[in-house]
Design a protein around this ligand. Sequence first.
Ligand code: URA
Length: 220
Amino acid sequence: MEKKAEKLIENLEERVRFFSQLGVDFIGVSPASKEPSYPSLEEQILSCQMCSLGKGRKNAVPGEGNLEAELMFVGEAPGRDEDIQGRPFVGRAGQLLSKIINAMHFKREEVYITNIVKCRPPENRTPHVDEIEKCKAYLLSQIEMIQPRVIVSLGKAASDFFIHSRLGMTALRGNFSEYGGIRVMPTFHPSYLIRNEPNKILKKMVWEDMQEVMAFLDKK
Ligand code: URA
């Protein structure tokens, strides 16, 4: 029992060190419940003007789902539909993501879904490095609050956030990495599957990756 407590404290210290090294200064987790600190983080995101994306957006998109989720999906940035609705993955790519989640025997509301950048870039371009940097603390705080067991990173931009590698997605996907003690599974972005609809092998690969995740989570 003592050993278990020691290990817990060690883990906690390691996490605090990890996040403070990254400059996160608004974690604010309440030990009794994770909920009280979440709305304030959401409010900060909704009114954020830390980068120029704040000026062009209709709505910031903090993310949504279960704050106790064991599984978290992280995409690149909100698109047009997400910007209008203020919700992540609600367009075509979102519908496909929902199907993938359901195929994994999860309900969409059981997982947590967000992006590395919370505001829509103009013309859906890939977010710039400085935009990702400015937005980083929000995602790190979400991860810290939710403490998922697995993060699925969707596409290259999200995977680069967690895994510093020159490899492309074809080489990266399907292999677990670790980020701050959390397993990260990189896989293709649903938009990429839609853009390459005739290539059924891509879908098969994503499904193989998700099966790895399900096996790790012991999801049947
Ligand atoms: N693509 C993303 O990366 N995120 C969304 O929320 C929607 C589309």
